[in-house]
Design a protein around this ligand. Sequence first.
Ligand code: ASP
Length: 440
Amino acid sequence: MMTKVVKFGGSSLASAEQFKKVADIIHAEDSRRYVVPSAPGKRFSEDTKVTDMLYACYDLAAKGKSFDEAFEKIKERYNGIIEGLGLDLDLTDEFNIVKACFIGKAGRDYAASRGEYLNGIVLAKYLGYEFVDAADIIFFKETGEFDAERTQKAVAERLIGIDRAVVPGFYGSMPNDTIKTFSRGGSDITGSIVAAGVGADLYENWTDVSGFLISDPRIVKDPLPINTITYKELRELSYMGAGVLHEDAIFPVRKAGIAINIKNTNAPDDPGTMIVESTSQKPQFTITGIAGKKGFTVVNIEKDMMNSELGFGRRVLEVFEKNGISFEHMPSGIDTMSIVVHQTEFEPKEQEILSGLHRNVHPDSIDIETDLALIAVVGRAMKSARGTAGRIFSALAHAHVNVKMIDQGSSELNIIIGVAEKDFEAAIKSIYEIFVVHQL
Ligand code: ASP
């Protein structure tokens, strides 16, 4: 039998109505055997996620303040769902344990993890699936790093024998049995770990959008969804800020060769986006996606005959390294070298870096440019398409955007363009126009 691991995000499980949609989706396919829920998310835009309610409530408890009112609100969220589903389930004992642990200062991670834990109990009851506590099968090392080896073994051993189970997302346990969470949005990671552990055929990640969009809808009006994207392309786009899936969620399934399908709980018939290792499927457009970020600074270093000075680049980078600054890009010319860094990291160290550079490489001049935005144009089809860079530049020229930097990776999977922050939106719109709108 085919096995799918299905993860549902917070908005998919925010209310009894959403729970019903989730159950319909799960029951529609026999293969949906292992379910990873998030904590209840927002029901409407001004609503608060249960995870945030738990953090706030715990912070009161940790300061020794009264947290009864905040705790009651959290109980109401769960009880509302239980009642709405007509479940014969009473979480009073669980709530009392959580409350006692808050008083005993069990930690913020413990507090936040209860969102998924309690939601897992409710969902397991509603589906008639077995509840498996993530603390028993997901482990961290003493250092706080995820313990992939120990976890993989425990997940396989525990779940293979269970036909259908709910495993709450977001947390696991430390060697001393305390609870630790992944970073925010970490239920995606749990889903990926469970999928790899049980050797699933597919990891379905259910959210509230019909997959990845070619560009940011806050910049481009109604961008089209991406049907299929490779792990490599996704990594490039996520690094540049394209959200939907937690970045660390890719590694476990990727290693196991399992594809991810991003799906929409509110529109389950939409195909969503398939994230795959590789594919013979021809992409619809030359580019797969466009993403970008603001907030970069460029340090331009000039020195005559730089090209013949052995070790010049190393000595430049050493200065950044010593100041704890990692660089994003390093375009260079014959007598110039530019280092692109994050503005917020660079600013406090600016003068140390400048004096370090003067000491280390004796440049003719150093010039700093701030407020740069980087845009990544990503696509596996760019390798075999001629003139992609040319098309990007003509689009930008038409939009009156001045290109400050270009960097094409040797894999020809992406082209990075640096523009002034004020031109960021216009640049993205113009690239979308030329590659997508004009190709329809
Ligand atoms: N509930 C956690 C959060 O809000 C984890 C998750 O939803 O994936 O970040």
